[in-house]
Design a protein. Structure first.
Length: 319
């Protein structure tokens, strides 16, 4: 099936968010990601299943890990990867997002990887182009590949996702990572707790089937996974916390608070980390407890899985 000519069902052509995905579809992507990760660790030959196709990365927001790992993922699969630098593109001359996407689409790429500060930007583009669109983060809405790489990391470390207690802590209000993880973890049968000060907790979020905590020690009591989030100052207008020092005191992950989680609780963070703001530096670097570097490694593998599944149409077969 050739996705670049639009034959594939739109539902399986794009990855716009985790919301609405089934456990079977998520598991298929995790299984494929797991295979790619193992291949890579074994130094095995990776088949160039997308050889001579084109992937365009269109990033309107800053990124280190996500953009680099999408680039590496595409190259490992044989794709020609083009990074559009928004700073030197016609967007600076006033071209709209849709005009830019239509122009790129006319060059017949197989995949367009988009990061934008507006929620819904990737979904909007997907209606205008004939290639696969992958959402690499849209405002505070979703960041589906981050949730998938987090799930792969959890599954490899804990052997399962179902039945685990997971606390997501910090700036939930502005976090697309939190939203995608809530959808994924709920779908896969984890029990999700959110921990944040009232100013950083979205109203009515408990309607998503999560427990809400404002006290960090209570929130992480007996959890299997502690997932920390960055204070997203670039999305804040005004002061959401009195000071970063006070924030660390009440909501920063340190040894004292971590002692309330299970003794083998895994520490995660999507990066970039603000050491001493949301996480103590010693804890972040504790190789026995912290899975932060493994998350980065899983990121390349999961993005290979997503590019492969969407561009070859294999996800459709899992439905
Ligand atoms: C996250 C993002 O961009 O939403 N980072 C990432 O993709 N690794 C989280 C963040 O920026 O804090």
């Amino acid at each position: 099936m050739n996705t670049s000519n639009g034959q594939s069902h739109p539902e399986y052509r794009h990855l716009l968010g985790i919301e609405g995905m089934t456990a079977t579809e998520i598991t298929a992507l995790l299984d494929l990601g797991d295979r790619y990760l193992q291949h890579y660790r074994d130094d095995a030959q990776i088949p160039k299943v997308l050889k001579d196709r084109t992937q365009i990365n269109l990033f309107f927001e800053d990124s280190t890990r996500t953009r680099t790992s999408f680039e590496l993922a595409g190259k490992r699969l044989g794709l020609n990867v083009i990074n559009m630098s928004v700073a030197s593109s016609s967007i600076k001359k006033g071209e709209t997002l849709i005009d830019t996407a239509m122009t790129l689409n006319a060059m017949r790429p197989s995949a367009l990887v988009v990061r934008h500060n507006a929620s819904g930007a990737a979904a909007l583009l997907s209606q205008k182009v004939s290639c696969s669109v992958i959402n690499a983060g849209d405002g505070s809405h979703e960041h589906p590949t981050q949730a998938l790489l987090d799930a792969l990391t959890i599954r490899r470390r804990k052997g399962r996702i179902e039945g685990l207690r997971v606390a997501i802590c910090g700036d939930i209000l502005h976090s697309r990572v939190a939203r995608s993880n809530i959808h994924l973890l709920n779908t896969m049968g984890s029990r999700v707790r959110l921990v944040a000060p009232p100013t950083l907790m979205p109203p009515f979020i408990e309607n998503l089937g999560v427990d809400v905590h404002h006290d960090m020690r209570e929130g992480i009591k007996d959890v299997d996974i502690v997932m920390m989030l960055r204070l997203q100052k670039e999305r804040m207008q005004g002061a959401f916390v009195p000071s970063t020092r006070e924030y660390f005191r009440y909501y920063g992950l340190d040894a004292d608070k971590l002692a309330h989680a299970k003794p083998d609780a895994l520490i995660m963070h999507p990066g970039p980390m603000n050491r001493g703001v949301e996480i103590d530096t010693v804890i972040a670097d504790d190789i026995d407890r912290s899975a932060i570097q493994e998350q980065v490694e899983a990121g390349v593998a999961i993005r290979m899985a997503c590019l492969d599944a969407l561009c070859t149409g294999s996800l459709e077969n899992t439905a």
